[in-house]
Design a protein around this ligand. Structure first.
Ligand code: 8OZ
Length: 358
């Protein structure tokens, strides 16, 4: 029998019924205090037939927030809210990991404690605007983190991991992609530090490895994945040599024996991207490889059959199709996603997409 999307697989200690993964999706519908609420429970429960759900990006601390209504994992109420999500997904036989997120400079004082400046590897202002509770606001110049603050950031990841395990999650994914804090350290357009966290590829990878060490020490490597996006220019970021950087990241992560490496294989939003060989990256990483970005059932099956991926994460199709797995199984038509309800709002465009049953 050929291996395809419906072949079971284990990612570390997490056993999946299929290789159809729900990608992390920011939806901006948390309740007061950035606590997961009933509609969030319903939304994830509806999608529990996925082989694995990766939660929306989840801030690890008060300073890690950069958008309105994103559910955190740093208060007791948030942990209790997430526990309801996890219990609902588990009751339906699903698996779910929490994505650990620090936005770094992609934030705004109005979203941070005491109107603090966002923090980053270097004091470089991103082009563009932040989504805030008071509308779109120009990004500000962030404050460069002091060397002696970095252990505190690493500890925030560790504490968030303890909280995620307390909520019952099957594991955690470290978000090192899409121009947020860890990616800001990795790529050299945003990291111009002169200390041991900047400059060489080894130095720029250091914080990710320290965070991975801390998270693995809490959860065990077989419950930890890492997400990277070597080319994604989203959030005004780039690197002068992405192939060398991310091949090194893959090599450096190998000794941990992680559950998986999750790779955004391109850019969100059109622009000219530098050449990059994802198969080369895939060969550097010795564990399970999760591919993401624009895959269909056909292209995902081809990637799995050809060994270019072990599992595939689907984003937009899961927004619009809670029963995506069943639809793939039957080759049934997919619902169209309504872009206007992606970020923020209520039940509409969130928990009202029909299944094949209605
Ligand atoms: C889109 C809008 C807001 C946040 C990411 C967490 O790209 C996000 C995100 C995406 O990882």
């Amino acid at each position: 029998m050929t291996t395809d999307l419906f072949s079971p697989i284990s990612l570390g200690s997490i056993s999946l019924k299929s290789r159809i993964v729900m990608a992390p999706l920011t939806r901006n519908r948390a309740g007061a205090g950035n606590v997961p609420q009933d509609i969030n429970v319903k939304y994830y429960e509806q999608r529990a037939s996925a082989g694995l759900i990766i939660t929306e990006a989840t801030p690890i601390s008060a300073m890690a927030h950069g958008y309105p209504a994103t559910p955190g994992i740093h208060s007791e109420a948030q942990v209790a809210g997430w526990k309801k999500v996890v219990d609902a997904v588990h009751a339906k036989g699903g698996k779910i990991v929490l994505q650990l997120w620090h936005v770094g400079r992609i934030s705004h004082p109005s979203l941070l404690p005491d109107n603090a400046l966002p923090v980053a590897p270097s004091a470089i202002k991103p082009a563009g605007q932040a989504f805030t509770y008071i509308g779109l606001q120009d990004f500000v110049t962030p404050r460069a983190l002091e060397l002696n603050e970095l252990p505190g950031i690493v500890e925030d990841y560790a504490q968030a991991t303890r909280n995620a395990l307390a909520a019952g999650f099957d594991g955690v994914e470290i978000h090192a992609a899409n121009g947020y804090l860890l990616d800001q350290f990795l790529r050299d357009s945003t990291n111009q530090r002169k200390d041991q966290y900047g400059g060489s590829i080894e130095n720029r990878t250091r914080l990710l490895l320290e965070v991975t060490r801390a998270v693995v020490d809490v959860a065990g490597a077989d419950k930890v994945g890492v997400r990277i996006s070597p080319l994604n220019p989203f959030n005004d970021i780039a690197d002068s040599n992405p192939q060398a950087l991310f091949n090194h990241v893959a090599d450096a992560l190998n000794p941990f024996k992680l559950a998986y490496l999750h790779v955004v294989e391109g850019g969100m939003g059109g622009s000219d991207l530098p050449p990059f060989d994802f198969l080369d990256l895939r060969k550097h990483f010795k564990g399970a490889y999760m591919a993401n970005l624009g895959y269909t059932k056909a292209t995902a099956n081809a990637a799995i059959a050809e060994g270019r991926a072990d599992v595939v994460a689907f984003g937009v199709p899961f927004i619009a199709n809670p029963d995506l797995v069943e639809r793939f199984r039957l080759d049934a038509p997919l619902n169209e996603a309504d872009q206007s309800s992606f970020y923020g709002g209520n039940e509409t465009g969130y928990i009202d997409y029909p299944t094949l049953q209605g």
